[in-house]
Design a protein around this ligand. Structure first.
Ligand SMILES: [Zn+2]
Length: 320
């Protein structure tokens, strides 16, 4: 009796091993490459078991300054579909696509989104700071016409990303088009509900205090959507470094405008923000997730959790 069940168990294991190593098992899946974790999470939500996913820049990684590897080129060479953020976020993607020999579609998830121009990135969030200070007009290495790539930091834009992704998956894998559409609709309902929830939670933040410093300029879409004014010593890309004069101007602005809340980010060096906090005698509210999700054990391992976490940290910093 005992020996029989053991034999059955071994037979079952052998069958499982054959099933998981059979080439048709992996070949059935749509091979999708995304550039960073936020897109990867969206594809996972819509594609699930139909998709074999590769995400190039992993958890807590910085896609602005990423350097692709030979393994990335191999992943692209075998892909059926490549999905990128666009808006100039992945400056390295065109060269990688070319080097890999990939000839399939490159889908831009932010397609159809009205990007915030670099020039209008200050005073977006809240009326009272708009044009109130000459110093908020100062610019940091922004090129004429450059668009802010961080469009995913507004859940309304996230809904468009998901719709674009679902359409691309359905076009590349028509056999499962209904699944992709159904899942995208269910996911969209979650995004709408979370957007409503975040708006009501942020109501707790007093209007005249809605000013926040982050490491780099990644939260203009968040600020515009939820009425919070974000300032940053580093520009739209983490590539640039502020001059001593720019840092001093920001410290003056913090004192003049009574900006008391600072955040470090998961993708950037915290030292500059720590220096600002020391010199302006302000506090660091915690870590915001800007350009990447956390690992699976972290507080922001999905796009939805990233928003929940960031909103909670902001509310907490203003109300404690
Ligand atoms: Zn960024």
């Amino acid at each position: 009796m005992h020996r029989l069940s053991r034999r059955l168990f071994l037979a079952a294991l052998a069958t499982l091993a054959v099933a998981t190593t059979s080439p048709s098992w992996a070949a059935d899946k749509l091979k999708v490459v995304t550039t960073f974790t936020i897109l990867g999470d969206m594809v996972r939500n819509v594609g699930r078991e139909h998709v074999a996913l590769t995400t190039l820049v992993g958890p807590d990684g910085d896609a602005h300054v990423y350097e692709p590897t030979p393994a990335d080129a191999r992943a692209l060479a075998q892909a059926d579909l490549v999905i990128v953020n666009g808006l100039g976020f992945e400056g390295w993607i065109d060269r990688l696509v070319e080097a890999s020999g990939y000839k399939g579609p490159v889908v831009v998830a932010s397609e159809g989104i009205a990007g915030i121009k670099a020039e209008e990135d200050q005073g977006q969030g809240h009326g009272d700071a708009h044009g109130s200070d000459e110093k908020s007009e100062k610019k940091k290495d922004h090129h004429e016409g450059e668009l802010d790539p961080h469009a995913w930091q507004d859940l309304a834009n996230g809904r468009l990303y998901v719709a674009n992704i679902a359409r691309a998956l359905a076009a590349a894998d028509t056999a499962h088009a209904d699944d992709y559409r159904r899942r995208a609709e269910a996911y969209d309902r979650e995004l709408v509900a979370l957007d409503r929830d975040i708006r009501s939670r942020l109501d707790a933040v007093p209007g005249d205090r809605r000013k926040v410093i982050t490491s780099h300029d990644a939260f203009q879409y968040f600020g515009r959507a939820y009425g919070i004014n974000f300032h940053a010593p580093v520009g739209l890309s983490t590539e640039s470094e502020p001059s001593a004069g720019e840092v001093a101007a920001l410290i003056r602005q913090m004192r003049d405008e009574g900006i008391r809340v600072l955040f470090v980010e998961n993708v950037t060096d915290p030292r500059l923000v720590q220096q600002l906090a020391r010199e302006a005698d302000a506090v660091i509210g915690g870590t915001l997730y800007s350009d990447s999700l956390s690992g699976s054990n972290g507080p922001a391992s999905t796009y939805l959790d990233m928003f929940r976490h960031n909103a909670s940290e902001i509310v907490k910093a203003f109300t404690t």
